[in-house]
Design a protein around this ligand. Structure first.
Ligand SMILES: Nc1ncnc2c1ncn2[C@@H]1O[C@H](COP(=O)(O)OP(=O)(O)OP(=O)(O)O)[C@@H](O)[C@H]1O
Ligand SMILES: [Mg+2]
Length: 430
């Protein structure tokens, strides 16, 4: 399963420049763990970090201009860090699977002369087999919709493009004039029609670019939870669906899908629910005469079932999380904001453990990224899984890993739970 080892955000709201985990030029840092939790006071940028992932996924899906306006973001001017000129930049360092050589994706978005956001720069790069040092080889270079792409598994070009006067036309010329006959077969000069769309969206749909396609599929598979219990109470049209959607309004459809296969997975969810929420012993679906789907919960104490519309917020939420974790083809990356909201405090430690089990599972579960305010949740975590966001005097945020602090590491190693240390201010900056 693909995994993000590091992530860098620049000029995105309060995140002027933050890095989590390992990057190609930041190899001394430990990669992100399968489960990552971000903590911090109100207004430090947790939701912003969550939305950085959402923004990237939206850029891929609908182009950068729409993404700037989507989900109430308010346009480029509102998401650009105040007082900064731009561009807004992202870097993802990720591995397609455990043995793969990591790939770096870089994206820079800026305003064009007409004041509309466009893709200033996009890069994909990967080291050559056996290459330990130096610049990785780019296999996609795009500047303002023009660039070069290398087909298949070809190694591409090693370019020091930190220079601000980087001129794509000159680069293309240099690359082409320098090529052997074989290299010219593998190298393609491209120009995109729409400079507001990502190159990985267009080129990633072509078979001759398997690494770009894999990366595109990876981002398309990200699940950013916008679950609300009320959405889960809506009455969807009947019809089995494999994955829970981001709002959770197809909860019944997923149960319907599970009812078709041997009820083993549904039973396993019920067993796990029973440990957390007293009473529930059966969950199934009922189709109404107008083709809608009712989700039924049988409570041991009562003869008639309750419907989702009558169930408690927390019950629906736990059920949704368990469905995500029991997904037979788990999505590669799950982001959940404050999963603790509305849940009984003693459930949180076991929920955190279940997320971790899912993230590290042999079945190849999802990488999990969580923001939380809850020490009980953090109690179940290890110091290298916890990141602390703080706001500096300049109004911008910085991020630290709890394991960077030797005292925290030692106290945790002695068995003191991390949430308790947080509560007692040990995770605050010294
Ligand atoms: N363009 C911008 N430039 C700089 N800072 C910004 C910008 N837009 C918003 N902010 C700051 O970012 C903060 C929002 O952070 P965010 O919503 O991510 O916090 P949070 O950690 O999720 O907080 P909570 O725990 O309350 O949910 C705002 O309070 C504001 O100060
Ligand atoms: Mg928030």
């Amino acid at each position: 399963m693909a995994k993000i080892e590091g992530f860098r955000v620049k000029n995105f709201r309060t995140l002027k420049d933050v890095t989590l985990g390992r990057l190609w030029n930041h190899q001394q840092a430990a990669p992100l763990t399968p489960m990552t939790a971000v903590i911090g006071k109100n207004g430090v940028g947790k939701s912003t970090l969550f939305d950085a992932f959402g923004f990237l996924a939206d850029c891929l899906k609908s182009g950068v201009e729409e993404a700037c306006d989507a989900r109430g973001r308010g346009g480029f001017g509102k998401i650009l860090s105040q007082g900064r000129k731009g561009p807004i930049e992202f870097e993802i360092y990720y591995k397609e699977d455990g043995n793969a050589r990591p790939i770096t994706y870089e994206l820079a978005i800026d305003l064009d002369d007409t004041g509309r956001p466009y893709v200033l720069k996009e890069r994909l790069r990967q080291r050559r087999r056996g290459q330990k040092h130096g610049w990785p080889f780019s296999f996609l270079i795009l500047n303002s919709a023009k660039g070069v792409v290398w087909k298949g598994e070809q190694v591409g070009q090693q370019i020091d493009e930190d220079k601000s006067d980087f001129d794509i036309s000159k680069l293309i010329e240099a690359i082409i004039s320098d090529m052997t006959e074989q290299e010219s077969k593998e190298t393609e000069v491209v120009e995109l029609e729409d400079r507001r769309k990502l190159g990985i969206a267009t080129l990633g749909s072509l078979k001759q670019h398997p690494r770009i396609s894999a990366f595109r599929r990876f981002i398309e598979g990200w699940y950013l939870s916008y679950f609300t219990p009320d959405a889960a109470r809506s009455l969807p049209l009947a019809g089995p669906q494999k994955h829970l959607n981001i709002h959770g309004d197809n909860l019944g459809n997923v149960v319907q899908f599970m009812e078709r296969d041997p009820r083993k997975r549904l039973q396993s969810i019920l067993d796990r629910m029973a440990e957390k929420i007293p009473g529930i012993d059966k969950i199934d679906t009922e189709k109404t005469s107008d083709g809608r789907l009712l989700l039924r919960f049988n409570d041991k104490g009562f003869q008639d079932p309750f419907y989702a519309q009558q169930m408690s917020d927390g019950t629906l939420k736990v059920f949704a999380y368990l469905l995500l974790m029991e997904d037979p083809t788990p999505l590669p990356f799950l982001c959940i904001e404050e999963p603790e909201n509305g849940l009984y405090h003693k459930l949180l430690e076991s929920l955190a453990k279940e997320f971790r089990e899912h993230a590290t599972g042999r079945k190849g579960g999802s990488q999990v990224f969580i923001t939380t305010h809850q020490p009980y949740f953090v109690d179940a975590l290890e110091p290298d899984e916890v990141w602390i966001l703080e706001k500096g005097h300049d109004g911008f945020s910085t991020i630290r890993r709890a394991s960077d602090d030797a005292i925290v590491r030692n106290l945790a190693a002695e068995g003191l739970p991390l949430g308790g240390l947080w509560y007692s201010d040990y995770l605050d900056a010294r």
